[in-house]
Design a binder for this molecule. Sequence first.
Ligand code: MRU
Length: 356
Amino acid sequence: MRLEGKEYRTIWFDNNVVKIIDQTKLPHQFRIKELKTVKDAINAIKVMEVRGAPLIGATAAFGLVLAIIEKNDQSFLKKSAKDLICSRPTAINLKWAVDRMMNKLSGVNSDQILEIALNEVNEICEEDIKFCENIGLNGLKIIEEIYNKKKDTVNILTHCNAGWLATINWGTATSPIYHAHKKGIPVHVWADETRPRNQGANLTSYELNEEGIKNTIIADNTGGILMQRGEVDMCIVGTDRTLANGDVCNKVGTYLKALAAHDNKIPFYVALPSSTIDWNIKDHKNIPIEKRNSDELSQVEGLDEKGDIKKIQIYPKKSKAMNLAFDVTPAKYVTGLITEKGICEASEKGLKELFK
Ligand code: MRU
């Protein structure tokens, strides 16, 4: 998709280095960063220069490529895989991508290992793009249906950033929106600001602006009143881990939006590629939920009057703050899961019908 008037992917390989768009600086500064070592890849995931479930999976896969370039040694590769998996615990795509790479690379001692790793990472990225495109085409049908009834702009609420910046291209939650826009269906997006890191304001709104899609940033608690007043036709969110029973783990605040949508009979969809499904954990209470530094809450970054990026403290210095990054929306509040294979009920039966 486009940024600064040019087509980009979020991550690519060039001359033995991995290149990323540094998302900590967006939307105020567009900066391409080079990752040269597996440590750089781990750090980029940890400090969220790259974020979003599919993109951190791809970055971890590229991290293993960098590990091989550094040192073609199986024990270093194994240790790198372990460190990459631990770099962020909640999004399952990270472990999924590392396991997929290690399936191909474990025990390979020949010089061909780099070529094998590059082929696999390329496949992971191409597959993610294809899957996200299909999610868009499948989700487009829902938007079309609403438009055909309403004959007016379709208002879609989304939370956090499950846009193309969270994937390699297209996005998950935004892909149906991009497809609807390309087809000439008038759409308008309510972008939840998404405290504390403001991914909705800084990334979703930014990427929609770059594609010419109408959107309005709202404070996280505004969705409820908009739903009560008929200003939201549907919600679409992404996910970091969806259980086989259809429970959806996503950015904190998603659950409260689902409750409000349920109370107002507004369809609440979750868009995801199959790499985000956790087939093993049975009870959502066993999902590791990231507890992030409380500085993210108490300090806010933005542009000062001179146009420089500045961080300021907004809480009383003595106050304690707690910062859980994700929550879980029970399957019963999810109207449907939009996947690369079609739309299904958020349940074991629904998922198993699509993914035999
Ligand atoms: O903390 P983040 O920015 O990594 O959280 C990301 C989200 O919650 C996204 O909505 C989610 O990863 C889905 S990505 C398609």
